[in-house]
Structure formats: C-alpha cells, structure tokens
Design a protein around this ligand. Sequence first.
Ligand code: AMP
Ligand code: MG
Length: 328
Amino acid sequence: MARILKASGADSPVLREAAAILSSGGLVAFPTETVYGLGADGLNAEAVAKIYAAKGRPATNPVILHVEGIASAKVLVSQWPEAAQRLAERFWPGPLTLVLPASGLVPAIVRAQGPNVALRCPSHRLALALIRAVGRPLAAPSANRSQHLSPTRPEHVASSLGEAVDLILDGGPTEAGLESTILDLCGERPRVLRPGPVAPADIEAVIGSIDIWEGAVKMGDMQSAPGMAERHYAPRARLELVEPGRGCVSSGSRLAYVAFGALPALPEGVRGISLPLDAEAVGARLYALLHDLDDAGFERILVERPPDGETWMAVRDRLRRASAKESA
Ligand code: AMP
Ligand code: MG
C-alpha cells in the first residue's frame, strides 16, 4: 500500500517530500476541495504518462492542469480572453476549470493531442502549497482507476491505486465531493462541458448567457447514444436510477435504496438511505456513500432520480454516468 501522510502546513517535511517526488517525475495524490487528485509535474510528459498508466486512462481523455493563480495560467494559454479574466477573478481559487487554447509550453499528452488545455486553481490549502512548492503546474485528474468512483478520502485513493502512487497526502475528507465545473471558452459561446460545484447561473452572472453541453443535462440513459456510452464515476455495485417514491419489490441484504428526502416503504432487509434535499450536501456525500456501500458488499444500489433544477445538475450528471452500462 502507498504511504498516507498528513502534512501540517506549507513548510512541513511531508509537503517538502511530496514536492521533491513531483519535481523528480513521480506521482503524489493530494486533496483538493473537489476530490483527491493524482498529481504529476504537468510540464513533464513522462511524468504525466505515469498518471495515464496508473489510472488505466485512455490517451484520448485530457487532464486538467492545476495552477496557483492567474499569472501562472496565462503562460499556459495562447489567448486569455476577458471572460477568462473575469471568471478567474470571481471563482479562483475554486472548483471552476477553464478550457482555453494551449500555449507551446503544454505537452501534447496533457491535451490528449488537441489544441486546448484545461486549467484550474484549486482552493484547498494543501493543493495550493504543493503547487507553489513545486513551482510548476500540476496535472491532477481524480486519483482513481479510470471509470471508477472518484476518491473523497485518502483511503479511497489507496484502495483504488495501491502501489501506483508514490505518496498520498492526507487532508481528510474533501469538501465539495464532486469534480469541478468545466467551462469551454474556445468556441463562439462559452459552454459547460461538465456540471460541478459552480452552477451555470453563477457563471452567467459574471459573463452573461452560456450554453450547456447536451450530454451534461440529459437524464436519458447513455447507452442509447452510440459512442457516448461512457460509464464513469461508477461504484462496483450495479447502480440503477428509479422513479421517486415507488420503492422496490425485490429484497435481499445486498440491496440498498437511496431516496432524496423521505424513504418509501421498503421490503425487509433492504437498506434504506435518505439523503437531504440539498444538492450541495448530497454532492459532498455522494461518492463517500457509494464507496461505503461497495466496501460493505452491496451488489445493487437503487437511487431515486434526483430533483429537477439547475442546482441538482452535477448530481444528476454523476448518477446518470454511474448508472450507464459498462462500455463495450
Ligand atoms: P478528471 O480530472 O478525472 O475529472 O478529468 C478531467 C476532465 O477534464 C476530462 O475528463 C475532460 O472531460 C476535461 N478536460 C481536460 N482537459 C480538457 C481539454 N483540453 N478540453 C476539454 N476537456 C478537457
Ligand atoms: Mg475522474
């Protein structure tokens, strides 16, 4: 198992060791305010290749570079539009990722060979301290095997990645619990590619009207759209979305039923879990709950469709992906 170490602050020996590992091309998992990231020196293509190997991540899926602020973001892009400046001033450090045209500094592997780069400045103090200590942007996708649940606690990283990571920095449970909102600023109109903790309305309050990529909002099942059957963020147990309030007919000790608000009557033996009608609180708990149900040996998890409305968009997106069938 990888070592899990607590870092007390920016100049603790543990943080210095983590920075040294990253500077010499190794991998360190660290907490951010969203989920735990699997970090590597984002300007070192060989180091970033280790992330792809450790996660089993397809080379077609680019990684986000984590920076310490606007100045260090600007050198990684060939254009820094007014919208980027306004959004970064408003939401950084924080869970908003901006996709922009990359500068020549960004290795092709980071961009998955494309022209653009995704950038974000995390607000977690350990993440920021680590980026500063290394003095370079850190590539850091979620610290889990590809397609699996993202980690919100250091133990989740250890059980998913094992020996593949050199060190895991322990910052306790993450705060937001869902991955960052991703906003593409390369097209004619800004577009949300992945819903997350920063809501579209909050972005629109800063830069005006934006689009939301259709795949991010549709609640229908992903399998029906060929080429889009991306099972992602999924627990080992089979996760199925069900109509709210109907309950279930099957029973068994390995079946869990998750409701938003009050639970319906359930057959004996079914574990009922009621989540609050508060999207932010659910976001913070969702992955940890699914990890716990996996660890407890549950085989099926029935989850009621979450409420409509924009505040629930990120939770709906993750549950839809988690319930998509394994891609062929
Ligand atoms: P993860 O950090 O595991 O949540 O994955 C990062 C996600 O960011 C990827 O799956 C992409 O959806 C998105 N992303 C990263 N880089 C880019 C980019 N250059 N263009 C568009 N999306 C990106
Ligand atoms: Mg991920």
